[in-house]
Ligand binder design. Sequence first.
Ligand SMILES: Cc1cc2nc3c(=O)[nH]c(=O)nc-3n(C[C@H](O)[C@H](O)[C@H](O)COP(=O)(O)O)c2cc1C
Length: 348
Amino acid sequence: MIKTKLTEMLGIKYPIIQAGMGPHNTTNLAAAVASAGGLGLISSIGMGYLAFMDKPLFGFTEKTPREQMLRSIETVKNMTKKTGGVFGINVPVAVEFQSISKELIEAGLEARETDEEVRRRMKVVVTSAGNPEPFVESIKESGAYHFHVCPSPYHAKKVEGFGTDVVIASGHEGGGHVAHEPVHTMVLLPEVVRTVKIPVVAAGGICDGATLAAALALGAVGVQMGTRFIATKESDFHQPYKNYVVNTKDVRDTVLAKGLFGKIRYMKNPAAIRLWKAEQEGASETELFNLEMAGFAAIDKGDIENSAMAGGEVAGRISDIPTVKELMEQIVKEAEDIIRNRLPKLIV
Ligand SMILES: Cc1cc2nc3c(=O)[nH]c(=O)nc-3n(C[C@H](O)[C@H](O)[C@H](O)COP(=O)(O)O)c2cc1C
């Protein structure tokens, strides 16, 4: 067992968070991670996109972000009833998304307020991609923990001042949205740990026991993984997307392209290269947005060539599709072995 401030504050078995991965639906995945002893997160960008799309993608069924958020929370609650798993919601708070962020966070807090079981087990609201200040007070008042994803010590210090409980330091090698300044986990994490007094979780490039042990050595209380969790049996991602992670063999096989809230790291394929090229050639915001939406719609059709598939550099290190439980057990066992057996032998 690895016991950290994160496992203690949330009452979870493993210091592992499954990252929010909008616009995808992560309902099944969040339930599987929560049931296996980590913190599972419901992703919400795709719920926000309901406002822009003709028809919902990724298995969303409801018409408005609020209704979808309530539905997803209810689903995860029911799927984790037996295990009593702990879960949360991830809501990006970028300026481009702010009115939708408000609707989504309020829906999450409404579910906590009206349902005792949700209040007990949906313990965390994770914000990202913007300034969470307008939301911290209401999240904390509801009794939930507030976590915020930060790409720099500067942002971490700022949110510590707002009363945020945990900072997730997210390195530039990670999949999905990344900051403009390319600071990677190895440099970012210890510097964020040095800068703030609140607990820090590491994200970006984590996929196995060695990277978990490294994050703990650098001062983290746990890790958040995105790309690694895509390639699991229970993840809601389509099979071709999971296979694409496994078939990505080189850690250089990602590309950065403009997305709705800034740069997104995609696994390299014709659609991602098209997005990258369009930006280089000066495409307008609307053209880029339409290309991005077309890339998401292609995922839903299983059209891999035209799919815009976010994924981290670590895709090049992932070669299997285990169950969530197998994955988390394996990662923690390997980290324990490194900490208990392999590293102490280096001391002479
Ligand atoms: C497909 C995909 C979608 C993502 N969408 C979101 C999101 O909606 N909200 C968010 O905070 N982070 C998002 N991220 C970033 C992750 O939360 C996480 O920080 C990142 O995946 C960590 O790096 P890793 O991919 O190397 O594990 C996304 C990542 C991926 C791979």
